[in-house]
Design a protein around this ligand. Structure first.
Ligand code: URA
Length: 461
């Protein structure tokens, strides 16, 4: 018997090195005991330990295997290391084995990887930070109970997404702490270590009551959007049983879900969201801006227009697109036959970013971290409104909506599927038109902009 000791439950590199050494030495799968350091007492294992050093012999595996193994190894099934090793040995003899999805071992390992993928996604989608006041600044703390060993694998996602916030993610296995520059790892925590009281709990309850409104969702759909297992970690889900009751009663015809009632809830939820955004400190931009400039327009709008960030005049007025770019947008909307009052107009970044120059405040482009930090709001607005078409005005808006860098010239003027559902349409930012010195070119570009708006609008028909 050989004992392969890994340093942690998610030690893929350790597994890989040991598996390589063992496979090169011709050790059969049933001759290896896999253990994680500290997970079992030494005297249970009598065998010869494996030095986890890469073997020098030639070793080839199909390209898809490392990806599969790197994910499946995070599963909480104690047999995963052994299963992966057994699969590795079989792949050496049958390199195309992974294509045989009827093979029980392939199916089992693929099932492990799929479960891990789902858990990775759920942590990203359902983790909720709560604000905690510390001496110098706010820290956001979240409690999460993953099913598998996915926390470290997800760390970079949260660092990228919330780069400018200070946050801690507490889980039973380990905790992650980000101070804006360095990510530290700490020991596992318990639920009691996370703040119990959410200062904005009432706001979120109103909000989620509308998002998961029985008039908008069937009970099954509600469960699908927010799996039951996650309810306990979300304060707003105290409302779920009540909502479910309402949904069932509606389905059985006991109560009528009127659009007016649904609209009322949505309006209240939107107001809750806007109030919450008014004190947003997700990134540093709030420090110098006058106020948060939230979106505006009817909650029932079928078309949403997304700009970059408020400008000088918007910052003072507290409303989007009221300055020169807004006037250009108004002209183009009118030419396209789109009634602005029927659209919802918002920005990817909700605070004005500028550089002071004498008495003037010069617009400065938001960076990727600021766009990411603010993306939370546009996602919430989108969830609430569920517009049929969302028009990104310029590259910043397109990036916020698609989560990737976009080249406007290449992707403008045609429908795209948005990651969060609904369709997107990319065009230029109206201030681009203001900067074109040549009159004839400016007129042409204006026409193209109008055509883009028209094209997006016709999708509604
Ligand atoms: N530019 C934008 O992108 N949004 C505004 O609200 C104003 C100018």
């Amino acid at each position: 018997m050989r004992v392969a000791t890994l340093s942690a439950e998610d030690d893929y590199e350790g597994w890989r090195a040991a598996a390589r050494t063992l496979a090169c030495a011709g050790v059969a799968a049933e001759e290896v005991v896999w253990r994680v350091d500290g997970a079992a007492s030494d005297d249970l294992f009598a065998g010869e330990p494996i030095a986890a050093e890469p073997a020098t012999g030639r070793f080839r595996v199909p390209r898809a295997f490392p990806d599969l193994a790197e994910t499946a190894v995070l599963h909480s099934d104690p047999e995963r290391f052994a299963l992966l090793y057994a699969l590795l040995l079989r792949l050496r003899a049958t390199p195309k084995l992974l294509e045989d999805s009827a093979d029980p071992l392939v199916r089992r390992v693929e099932g492990l990887a799929r479960a891990v993928q789902r858990d990775l996604h759920k942590m990203r989608a359902f983790l909720r930070f709560r604000e905690v006041e510390e001496e110098d600044a706010a820290r956001y703390v979240a409690w999460f109970e993953p099913e598998h060993h996915i926390v470290r694998r997800n760390a970079n996602f949260f660092v990228d997404r919330f780069a400018s916030m200070r946050w801690s993610i507490l889980t039973p296995e380990l905790s992650l702490h980000w101070d804006g520059t360095i990510l530290r790892e700490g020991p596992g925590a318990s639920r009691a270590d996370a703040p119990e009281e959410d200062p904005v709990e009432a706001v979120w309850k109103t909000y989620y009551a509308a998002i998961f409104n029985p008039a908008r969702l069937k009970p099954g759909a509600m469960l699908k959007e927010m799996p039951r297992r996650y309810w306990k970690n979300m304060p707003e889900t105290a409302l779920v049983p009540e909502l479910m009751k309402g949904a069932r009663a509606r389905e059985s015809g006991m109560i009528e879900a009127t659009p007016a009632a649904a609209g009322g809830n949505l309006q209240a939820a939107w107001e809750a969201l806007r109030n919450e955004a008014a004190s947003c400190t997700r990134c540093h931009l709030y420090k110098h801006a006058t106020q948060t400039v939230f979106g505006e327009g009817p909650i029932s709008a079928r078309m949403m227009l997304v700009g970059e960030q408020p400008g000088d005049q918007e910052d003072l007025a507290g409303r989007p697109f009221v300055g020169p770019a807004g006037q250009m947008l108004d002209r183009a909307l009118e030419a396209a036959g789109v009634d602005r009052s029927e659209t919802y107009v918002t920005n990817a970044v909700k605070h004005f970013k500028f550089e002071p120059r004498g008495k003037r405040r010069i617009h400065a482009k938001p960076d990727a971290g600021e766009i990411e930090a603010c993306r939370w709001w546009i996602e919430q607005e989108t969830m609430l409104l569920r517009p049929e078409i969302t028009v990104a005005l310029g590259a910043t808006a397109a990036r916020a909506l698609l989560g990737r860098t976009v080249t406007i010239g290449r992707e403008r003027g045609r429908p795209l599927d948005l990651p969060g559902g609904g369709r997107g349409w990319i065009t230029v930012h109206p201030s681009y038109l203001l900067r074109i010195p040549d009159k004839a070119r400016a007129a042409d570009e204006f026409e193209r902009f109008v055509d883009d708006l028209k094209g997006a609008h016709t999708l509604l028909a």
